[in-house]
Design a protein around this ligand. Structure first.
Ligand SMILES: [Zn+2]
Ligand SMILES: [Zn+2]
Length: 346
């Protein structure tokens, strides 16, 4: 099969011919049709410090996808050949304390496809039956391919609890953008978005943000307070991982508010903990992955309701062979979400 791989410990990716993955008795072989490109894939492509420390080539990249089931292992019970599916790309061991207490998404022995084991930018991928998510026929292929990042947005919004509340989203990359219609659908009263990229802020406005702000402008915290009765917002959804945005976002939250952190800083973050969190009595939540599988049910319900429309966010669908162009579009900020079409491989 053809696959987009990290071949060596150096920048770049390459298309390679590989054997179709073998499956065990509880595994499912999926023919991949559409797959989303994530910021993580860009880190692996550009081979930054995180990627050098974490990824061991050779590796098939990609972790957000949809396709059809081609083959099942002899012990597979619920999934059938021909099913249209996506899959949770975080593979838990299912035996540890966390897995056994309903928190498999933070299993310490989690293996992630496209990072720790072969991923989805290929004609075929093998997945444990446990991880396979059967798709409702009402979900379009492009949306199904990005249930992973959309699930990150849903998990963050639901963890924070936004119903009737004012919300600021710091960082409107693709997940921050997705969080706007999700927060709206979950009943947020006011949604503000903050970013360094004016084009992303325009998109945020189209997606239903009430107000957008260019980050680090003087007087911004006071402006957000003025728009929220002098109090500050009830909820921060931190999607940037930028130390400056984390600091600015925490200043915008009212005393007693909630901050849900999803964005991953590249380095340690220096924060005035006393002023930003302790004296304010904030509730701070770290958010990782998606709840298995509560978040998937919520995500499906939101998309099916028609209230979470990803069409403005998925700016490009490209054949996987055009991966160089895709990464250039992401790097320049011209693209929001790009989905690869892998059906062109077969
Ligand atoms: Zn991702
Ligand atoms: Zn576990």
């Amino acid at each position: 099969m053809r696959a987009l791989c990290k071949v060596r410990s150096e920048p770049g990716l390459a298309m390679r011919d590989l054997p179709v993955p073998a499956i065990g008795p509880t595994d499912v072989l999926i023919r991949v049709e559409k797959a989303g490109i994530c910021g993580t894939d860009y880190h692996i492509y550009s081979w930054d410090h995180w990627a050098q420390a974490r990824v061991h080539p050779p590796l098939v990249v990609g972790h957000e996808f949809m396709g059809h089931v081609e083959k099942i292992g002899e012990a597979v019970r619920a999934v059938r050949v021909g099913d249209r599916v996506s899959a949770e790309g975080h593979i838990p061991d299912l035996t540890c304390l966390l897995c056994r207490t309903g928190q498999a998404h933070i299993c310490e022995r989690l293996k992630i496809i496209g990072i720790d084991r072969d991923g989805a930018f290929a004609e075929y991928i093998a997945m444990p039956e446990y991880n396979v998510w059967p798709l409702d026929s009402a979900i379009p292929d492009e949306f199904a391919a990005v249930f992973d990042p959309l699930g990150n947005a849903v998990h963050t919004v639901m963890a924070a609890g936004v119903s009737t509340r004012s919300v600021v989203i710091t960082g409107v990359g693709s997940i921050g953008l997705m969080a706007i219609p999700v927060a709206r659908a979950a009943g947020a009263a006011l949604v503000f978005a903050l970013d360094v990229n004016p084009a992303k802020l325009e998109l945020a406005q189209r997606l239903g943000a009430d107000r957008t702000f260019l980050a680090s402008q003087p007087g911004l915290v006071e402006e957000v307070r003025a728009l929220t009765n002098g109090d500050g917002v009830d909820v921060l959804l931190e999607m940037s991982g930028s130390a400056a945005a984390i600091d600015e976002g925490l200043q915008m939250v009212r005393n007693g508010g909630t901050a849900a952190l999803l964005g991953i800083p590249g380095d340690s973050v220096n924060l005035n903990l006393a002023e930003r969190i302790i004296f304010k009595g904030l509730t701070v939540l770290g958010v990782n992955g998606r709840l298995m599988f509560e978040t998937w049910y919520q995500t499906q319900a939101l998309v099916k309701s028609g209230r979470v429309d990803l069409r403005p966010i998925i700016t490009h669908v490209l054949p996987v062979a055009e991966y160089e162009r895709a990464f250039a579009l992401l790097h320049s900020g011209e693209a929001a979400k790009i989905v690869f079409d892998l059906s062109s491989l077969t």
